[in-house]
Design a protein around this ligand. Structure first.
Ligand code: 6R9
Length: 658
């Protein structure tokens, strides 16, 4: 490994040629437009005075325990504050206030477990559960500002835990259940968590799959800060138990009082940390605070999904381990009083129609999922969804990676009955909430484009020097003005925050994505321009996987690239140089894949590992990943004239032929 600076210049290449020819447009039906909550005038209202616009949303969408007098403070960039002197409780906004308003009997969550077990929570019941969890956590000694690591499957207890933390001002840090003990350990250590909330395990494709053993392994070494582990019984498997440290959820939360009064926390009080891959090895703890985050997530959820809480049934398929499962499962839908579906399992369990069976069963009207899932459904065939009644669907959303026009058209025709608007939503862990998306009752949608910045959001596409590019041209996606849900920093590392996002262009947030304006002024996202891969919508760092590979004694050097993949968008392809006798080991590829799985998690396992004699490097020693990507994608390697040794590519080709 060694960092590659030879990134492709966005706005060139085949993908862009295809995009430029896209001329199909779909206007919302007259009926949809007439009933839409947010109208076209919102853009001008917001444009007139952005901070004032967000101030209006903050008061309209949320209940503050203490009103604010200030909106944005940007006197110390890149550190923003929003609604700074206001006080608010996130859990009160998501729960209690709906009960107080007489909506306690409305369903908040329809839970569908993978094995087919179900649970329904009304707003009154969910409020009670969160109050119990808040009491239980406080009884364990948790106080405002303490960090809680959450390592749970997609079950209601995940939402309950997050809201209970928010209620008492504890800061949650969710670690995706697919990450390894090692990844969990480093995140627990970085955030200095005091409590871990986990489960014995979950179900994956009909089989029990465990979680608690990874927590035990992560906490096996001395020196960590964790005092207790609360364990939800989910799949009933046997677990090891550390007396005095481990507690069953049923014995703690289950036994706690259901009386708990929420107090307001400062608008800038930390709400959560969520780790995401960056261009260097160490994951970044993205920090979000309360008032601005809640304002923008709630507003965008209402505006982009046209949420009518009395009649809609909303289903976002994201896991709570990702930001989408925070913003658009845990917070925004509940703040907006929505009825939502939560599903624990995979789309093909026990059969490939499971998603459509769920849509039919709960009469889902708004479905929010990822392109990688849509492409998988396409592969399985349209006769599968055709077996179910999908007529309840009136709006479709997409998130996580660029959606190719073919998948977009399939989604519209097969799932959306040729009628439901599709909202392609661009945003990031760092942005906290949706930044670019159509407004479904206003925008004529285009297959493959996220199209327009949200009202109140200032997006631009700039060239290498930071100058705006003209319509019809590509460059780097930037955000010109601070926004309410923006990250407030990287946990414990202000310098890295400045360097990563604000150093590339003066006074502008650099997102790390390439983008293009088309002739109509719509935005097209072109993928990452840095060393971050996007596999099934999950961000993985090339450097992090390379570090994992070279940490194995058999590996001398490694280079990782994201190669285009029909289903997952990108797939991890690793090139490795082996040490000594490892070359003769017939199982080395499997060994290395498992090693990466152990170091980072199963999702990071390379799809392909190619053993090569050399890696292509520039004279300054930088690996030319561009050339390796050509190999991985089956093309002739491009210009290799800057290589220190230009026979290397031939050696690689030879070794792969052998
Ligand atoms: C919400 C989320 C962020 C990265 C982002 C970009 C890609 C997300 C996209 C999209 C094109 C979309 N991305 N949504 N690319 N069109 N609609 O996914 O957050 O996990 O932090 O990933 O995902 O590359 O920079 P996160």
């Amino acid at each position: 490994m060694s960092k590659d600076t030879t990134t492709a210049v966005p706005g060139t290449g085949d993908a862009l040629e295809n995009l430029s020819t896209e001329s199909r447009k779909f206007a919302p039906s007259a009926e949809f437009a007439a009933n839409a909550i947010v109208k076209a005038s919102e853009y001008a209202d917001a444009e007139a005075d952005r901070p004032a616009f967000w101030g209006r949303q903050a008061r309209e969408m949320l209940t503050w325990s203490k009103d604010f007098t200030k909106t944005l403070d940007w006197t110390n960039p890149p550190f923003a504050t929003w609604f700074e002197d206001g006080e608010i409780n996130a859990a009160y906004n998501a729960l209690d206030r709906h009960v107080e308003a007489g909506n306690g009997d409305r369903v908040a969550i329809y839970f569908e477990g993978e094995p087919g077990d179900t649970r329904t929570y009304t707003y009154a019941q969910l409020t009670e559960e969160v109050k119990k969890a808040a009491n239980a956590f406080e009884a364990l000694g948790l106080v405002k500002g303490d960090r809680v690591a959450v390592y749970l499957p997609m079950i209601p207890e995940a939402v309950i835990t997050l809201l209970a933390c928010a209620r008492i001002g504890a800061v949650h840090s969710v670690v995706f259940g697919g990450f390894s003990a090692e990844a969990l350990r480093s995140r627990i250590d970085d955030a200095q968590a005091k409590l871990v909330v986990t489960a014995d395990g979950t179900f994956r494709r009909g089989k029990p799959s465990s979680l608690k053993p990874a927590v035990d392994e992560a906490l096996s070494a001395a020196g960590h800060t964790v005092e207790n582990v609360v364990v939800v019984k989910r799949n009933g498997q046997d677990v090891d138990w550390v007396q005095g440290r481990d507690l069953w959820w049923a014995d703690t939360v289950g036994a706690a009082s259901a009386e708990h009064t929420a107090v307001g926390h400062a608008a800038e009080h930390p709400l959560f940390i969520l780790y995401t891959s960056g261009t260097t090895g160490k994951p970044k703890g993205i920090l979000h605070t309360t008032g601005g985050y809640l304002t923008q997530t709630a507003y965008t959820h209402k505006a982009v999904f046209d949420l009518h809480p009395e009649t809609d049934v909303y289903w976002c398929t994201a896991d709570v381990g990702w930001v989408t499962g925070h913003s658009y499962v845990t917070y925004a839908p509940l703040i907006n009083g929505a009825t939502q579906v939560i599903y624990e399992g995979t789309p093909d369990s026990p059969h490939q129609g499971r998603f459509w069976e769920i849509v039919q069963k709960y009469k889902v009207s708004i479905l929010y999922t990822a392109p990688t899932a849509i492409r998988t459904f396409m592969k399985w065939g349209e006769d599968i969804p055709a077996k179910y009644d999908l007529s309840s669907i009136r709006l479709l959303g997409s998130v996580g990676e660029p959606i190719n026009p073919e998948a977009w058209m399939w989604y519209r025709r097969v799932i959306g009955g040729n009628n439901a608007p599709i909202v392609d939503t661009w945003w990031q862990t760092e942005t906290g909430a949706i930044m670019i998306a159509p407004l479904p009752g206003v925008t004529s949608t285009k297959p493959g484009s996220a199209q327009v910045p949200m009202p109140g959001i200032a997006v631009d596409v700039v060239d290498e020097l930071g100058a705006s590019v003209a319509h019809g041209h590509g460059g780097y996606l930037v955000i010109r003005e601070p926004w309410p849900a923006m990250l407030r920093g990287i946990w414990g590392d202000n310098e890295r925050y400045k360097d990563t996002y604000w150093a590339r262009f003066d006074d502008m947030y650099f997102a790390g994505d390439g983008a293009k304006w088309d002739e109509d002024g719509d935005v097209w996202l072109l993928g990452r321009v840095d060393d971050v891969m996007n596999v099934s919508g999950h961000r993985l760092s090339t450097t992090e996987i390379e570090s994992a590979l070279v940490s194995h004694p058999s590996v001398a050097e490694a280079a990782v690239v994201g190669a285009a993949d029909e289903t997952t968008g990108q797939a991890v392809v690793a090139f490795v140089i082996l040490r000594g006798s490892a070359v003769e080991d017939p199982d080395i590829v499997a060994t290395l894949r498992n090693h990466v799985g152990h170091e980072i998690g199963p999702i990071a396992k390379p799809k392909t590992i190619l053993v090569v004699p050399e890696l292509p490097k520039t004279r300054s020693g930088k690996i030319m990943r561009r050339l390796l990507k050509d190999v991985a994608e089956g093309r002739d390697a491009g210009d290799s004239s800057t290589l220190a040794d230009n026979t290397v590519m031939n050696q690689i080709a030879e070794s792969l032929r052998a």
